[in-house]
Design a protein around this ligand. Structure first.
Ligand code: ZN
Length: 209
């Protein structure tokens, strides 16, 4: 028989919105089954019709849509260039990169790539598994983040590979990152944290209300 999750409680926090005439809320719906398993589903919503048009919720604050869109644009520009650099670098230099990185001790690989997680013990276990080096190499280059590009560039440097195209892209990337950070900083100044109006728990199933 299927194990049915039933609504247990909903915790609700209501904040005053930016225009001052309404609010925005956070809800955490807790569902439980007979075996003490719990699921929490969170929900957030700007209930003020005016602020709903002009703002988004970010963490516990409201941020003007125009400002948030600028930040997204700047973040996407960084991500897109990271993807281009990664695709190019792996297409041209995957082999020497892997050859170098898989030949150095685990601790050096771990620190050269600034791998925060997993810790060195697990990392070493991972690379010692069957095809572990290959899997580890792929896993830690799988995203298209700044950290991925850093790993690529530092490995190419160790391989003495100089590629003008990559160097120029990397310079461009640093400019885009700087710009993204500035826009992000600016956005922080626009965050509106509303006054907490109500903080309560409801036992009414939201589907029934
Ligand atoms: Zn409002």
């Amino acid at each position: 028989m299927a194990n049915k999750m039933e609504h247990f409680k909903t915790e609700i926090r209501e904040y005053r919105c930016a225009c001052g005439n309404g609010n925005y809320t956070f809800k955490w719906h807790t569902y439980r089954d007979n075996y003490f398993s719990e699921d929490v589903i969170s929900q957030k919503e700007i209930e003020c019709p005016v602020c709903k048009e002009t703002h988004y919720i970010q963490d516990y604050s409201l941020v003007p849509k125009a400002v948030s869109d600028k930040t997204s644009e700047a973040s996407n520009a960084v991500k897109d260039l990271c993807q281009i650099i990664k695709d190019y670098a792996l297409e041209h230099y995957r082999e020497p990169m892997f050859k170098y990185i898989s030949s150095i001790p685990a601790t050096r690989w771990h620190s050269l790539w600034h791998i925060g997680s997993p810790a060195i013990g697990t990392f070493r276990k991972d690379i010692n598994a069957t095809n572990g080096k290959e899997a580890t190499f792929n896993r830690h280059l799988s995203g298209s983040y700044e950290s991925t590009i850093y790993r690529i560039m530092v490995t190419l440097e160790k391989c003495n590979i100089e590629d003008l195209k990559l160097a120029n892209w990397n310079d461009d990337l640093q400019v885009l990152i700087q710009k993204r950070n500035e826009v992000k900083e600016l956005e922080n100044g626009y965050l509106y944290k509303g006054q907490l109006l109500r903080d309560y728990t409801s036992y009414q199933d939201p589907k029934l209300s």
